[in-house]
Write a protein that binds this ligand. Structure first.
Ligand SMILES: [Zn+2]
Ligand SMILES: [Zn+2]
Length: 214
């Protein structure tokens, strides 16, 4: 098992490649590559490590997490897989990009496969359990590797912070509920790989995250 991440675009978004050591199959989660050099960096990592991308997952569909969906589809033939409740968010991205003055966004292809709480995504010999964790966006999901004790958490819980809740479909109490009910019980030694910033652990955030200690 290997978790690798890049920090891409002006939004400093973390793009993850999680790969199975035995089969070399990998999943690309939240490709935020926007610039050509970022796309090249991602491809180079995959080539160098002789990986075979077999899935494209989005934790949620804010623009910074789907910038690279078009590129990944073009390069590896993969369609994004999301929670169905994020479809309106994905469909709104071109409009939001216009509003932000972002000219370089190439529209994501539409998903055909959807994931929900309790589902298990299998890549090679790895299993990622799907957690439904709304609050930052309406149908945000996270991916938990129980065996290896890590979580690809998206924009739910950050080192010393939590996801913003002022965007459409966001809700502060819902987000705190998602963290308390779905994330905290996973175990103090679980590593959280977030959508922005450095990795942390459940234990560290339980102790010192200001939003969880009010
Ligand atoms: Zn987000
Ligand atoms: Zn984000």
């Amino acid at each position: 098992m290997a978790v690798h991440f890049f920090t891409f675009s002006d939004f400093a978004e973390n793009t993850y490649i999680v790969s199975c050591d035995e089969t070399k199959e990998c999943v690309i989660i939240d490709p935020g590559c926007y610039y050509g050099k970022e796309q090249n960096e991602l491809v180079k990592y995959i080539q160098t490590n002789k990986l075979k991308p077999v899935k494209l997952l989005n934790t949620h569909c804010h623009l910074d997490h789907v910038f690279g969906n078009h590129f990944i589809h073009n390069t590896y033939g993969l369609l994004p897989e999301i929670h169905k409740g994020e479809l309106p968010v994905l469909e709104a991205v071109p409009m939001i990009c216009n509003a932000y003055g972002i000219r370089g966004y190439e529209a994501s292809p539409m998903p055909e496969v959807f994931w929900d709480e309790g589902d298990v995504v299998e890549i090679g010999n790895m299993k990622l359990e799907v957690l439904f964790v709304p609050g930052h966006s309406p149908a945000h999901i996270a991916f938990f590797n129980r065996k290896e004790k890590y979580l690809i958490g998206g924009d739910v819980l950050f080192q010393q912070s939590i996801g913003r809740t002022d965007l459409p479909g966001g809700d502060y109490e819902t987000l705190l509920g998602s963290i308390r009910v779905k994330f905290l019980p996973l175990g103090d030694d679980v590593v959280v790989y977030s959508g922005h910033g450095a990795p942390t652990t459940i234990g560290k955030e339980k102790l010192s995250n200001p939003f969880l200690n009010q």
